[in-house]
Design a protein around this ligand. Structure first.
Ligand code: MG
Length: 370
């Protein structure tokens, strides 16, 4: 089998607002083969930047577009092709958008392998430890604490047993922070897990103070309170916080996750569409397993990322929670024909060959930019 083409499809809603909602655009990757199998992947990045990295012509030996690194090659040689893309983009890559772009092709290669072998991807990653994951609803803090309370009630009524609120007005004032978290907890009640995503809004001292203040509301974790480069702050925070500290969604490299684990984080959050795809996400997950920390996916895109995350988490011995974005964007809700319904708070791991997703080509046609 040979790769005949790589297509990077930039999708975007007609209006993109300045808020932390990654479901407003995406980059879908299709990898075509001479045997008719088409692999599907997704990149979480600036779609235009990642598309350019995939399609770029050769500047010199270590500055090549990712597409030309894999065309003509056997798609089943996944790690060899991953290395070819990584080495081919050393000059402008080794992290950031290049690593994010590698993710889309890598996920598509795993999809091809699963389809070619008639097996779900998690089995190719070593086999499934579970066939469903407990979904935590992931959504932004609302403008007012009362709106957050109402949304919390609504999500509990939908059967979620865990909910994360993030970003939004958190960090604007101490009073706002405490009111938002208090009302989130009141809306969820005592028996639903609450995660708080600070969205990089604190310095180290404030984050430590908030961790103690939020502890009263029994959050499952406090996520990304600090700038991703503030590793020293994360180490101080992890050592002194009464609640779990989670982070990692901005990281794209093994070294980045190694640093977060060394800093003592309780939870790391690789995004399969950012860290170089499933090939590297599974390595990151196993690093967490080795250290008895939790690995929970970051994912705030489409059904493609949800499916890839489910396969990743199914193949890790100690993963139980799934980030499950509940934004109502048509890209989040309608791009894949599979809807990943939440049943009794759980989402099933796809059992079809490959990722187990099919794309709605009408949705692609409607939102395609380039
Ligand atoms: Mg987050």
């Amino acid at each position: 089998m040979k790769i005949t083409n790589v297509e990077a499809i930039w999708l975007q809603l007609p209006t993109v607002d300045e808020r932390a909602d990654g479901t407003q655009d995406t980059l879908v990757v299709k990898v075509y083969t001479d045997e008719g199998i088409v692999g599907i992947g997704e990149v979480d990045s600036s779609p235009m930047a990642a598309k350019a990295i995939i399609e770029a012509p050769m500047s010199h030996r270590i500055a090549r577009g990712l597409r030309m690194c894999v065309i003509g090659e056997n798609p089943l040689d996944i790690m060899r092709l991953w290395e070819s893309m990584y080495q081919g983009s050393i000059f402008f890559g080794r992290g950031g958008a290049a690593q994010q772009a590698i993710s889309g092709i890598d996920i598509a290669l795993w999809d091809i392998a699963g389809k070619a072998m008639g097996q779900p991807v998690y089995r190719l990653l070593g086999g499934g430890f579970r066939d469903r994951l407990r979904a935590y609803a992931s959504i932004l803090f609302q403008e007012t604490p009362e709106e957050t309370y109402n949304l919390a009630r609504h999500l509990v009524e939908q059967g979620f047993t865990a909910v994360k609120f993030g970003w939004g007005p958190l960090g604007t004032s101490e009073a706002m922070d405490l009111a938002q978290v208090r009302m989130a907890r009141q809306g969820l009640g005592a028996n639903v897990d609450l995660m708080i995503d600070a969205g990089i809004c604190y310095d180290t001292v404030t984050a430590l103070k908030r961790a103690h203040q939020f502890a009263e509301y029994d959050p499952f974790w406090l996520e990304e309170p600090l700038h991703p480069d503030n590793i020293e702050g994360y180490a101080r925070l992890a050592a002194a916080s009464p609640i779990r500290i989670a982070a990692g969604e901005q990281e794209t490299t093994l070294a980045g996750f190694q640093a977060l684990l060394d800093a003592g984080l309780a939870v790391i959050q690789p995004d399969v569409a950012r860290v170089g795809g499933l090939s590297q996400a599974i390595q990151i997950g196993r690093m967490a397993v080795q250290r008895h920390r939790l690995c929970v996916n970051h994912s705030y895109k489409t059904g493609i990322s949800i499916a890839a995350s489910l396969h990743l988490l199914a193949a890790l011995p100690n993963a139980t929670l799934l980030e499950y974005c509940v934004e109502q964007s048509p890209l989040r809700q309608m791009l894949t024909r599979e809807t990943f319904p939440v049943v009794d708070g759980y989402v099933a791991v796809p059992q079809e060959p490959g990722l187990g997703v099919t794309l709605d080509e009408d949705v692609i046609a409607r939102y395609r930019v380039a």
